[in-house]
Design a protein around this ligand. Structure first.
Ligand SMILES: Nc1ncnc2c1ncn2[C@@H]1O[C@H](COP(=O)(O)OP(=O)(O)OP(=O)(O)O)[C@@H](O)[C@H]1O
Length: 240
């Protein structure tokens, strides 16, 4: 569903992403790890069509992101880092606005997709509250709801559980896991336990380059008995 080949992005003299290649199939949840500044968000922005690659390709559900950016955006639900939203809108108004932008023109169908997203992310109790007054966890859920709104076949989630309390983290993980059976999911995270809990594969990038691409079990087997953060440190310490 997602095929990334030799992606490169340079900011000024800095190669933020330096020839990254991987693929994600339907039913897979790919955990995307790396130290701060390794190039995770930049890679995600190129896959979702928000940044143009300097070289390489990203093909999503058969659509090349450079040649068919609109088709790719229709296929993808994207939760950017620190879920931006219009603070003065209520959760419901914001989701309705996104639904309209997503092409749900008629009010009843808009209401139906908004209600579905609100139900999936448990936003019922705050639906008429303005986003700027919501707690960090609820703001994050609004961002998650907009990513799910059009029931996309690909989800790209940049730190989806960031800022959530332990119960909310578990809830979001369960939701991702349930949905992933018929979707391809990429999620970036700094929480190594998240990889164990829900990911079917793990990728680590360091200084813009791929360091590993394997299953969580293979990752753990690199140093049996070691903590995941110790294995992560060994693989990425050149980045420090
Ligand atoms: N718009 C930009 N202009 C210049 N440099 C940038 C820009 N965006 C990112 N960078 C740099 O590119 C590198 C990769 O950044 P990126 O945000 O992709 O990393 P990341 O792995 O997502 O980090 P984090 O875990 O902190 O979110 C960093 O050195 C960052 O400072």
């Amino acid at each position: 569903m997602i095929e990334v080949q030799g992606l490169v992005k340079t900011y000024g003299s800095k190669r933020a992403v330096d020839g990254v290649s991987f693929r994600v199939n339907r039913g897979e949840i790919l955990g995307f790890l790396g130290p701060n500044g390794a190039g995770k968000s930049t890679t995600m922005k190129m896959i979702t069509g928000f940044l143009r690659p300097d070289a390489g390709t990203a093909v999503v559900d058969g659509h090349d992101v450079t040649r068919e950016p609109l088709a790719v955006k229709r296929t993808i639900g994207y939760l950017p880092e620190s879920a931006p939203a219009y603070g003065e809108m209520t959760a419901e108004e914001f989701l309705s606005f996104i639904a309209e932008a997503r092409g749900f023109r008629r009010r009843p169908e808009r209401l139906a997709v908004v209600n579905r997203a609100i139900g999936l992310t448990h936003l019922e109790s705050v639906r008429t509250q303005t986003i700027e007054t919501l707690s960090k966890g609820y703001k994050q859920r609004v961002g998650f709801a907009q990513a799910l709104l059009h029931d996309p076949s690909v989800l790209v989630l940049d730190e989806p559980t960031d800022g959530l309390d332990p119960n909310q983290k578990n809830e979001v993980r369960a939701l991702i896991k349930n949905m992933a059976t018929e979707k391809a999911v990429i999620l970036s995270t700094h929480i190594l336990e998240e990889v164990e809990a829900i990911c079917t594969r793990v990728i680590i990038i360091s200084r813009g380059q791929l360091v590993i691409d394997e299953t969580p079990a293979q990752f753990q087997a690199r140093q049996p008995g070691a903590r995941l953060d110790e294995i992560f440190y060994e693989l990425t310490r050149s980045d420090l």
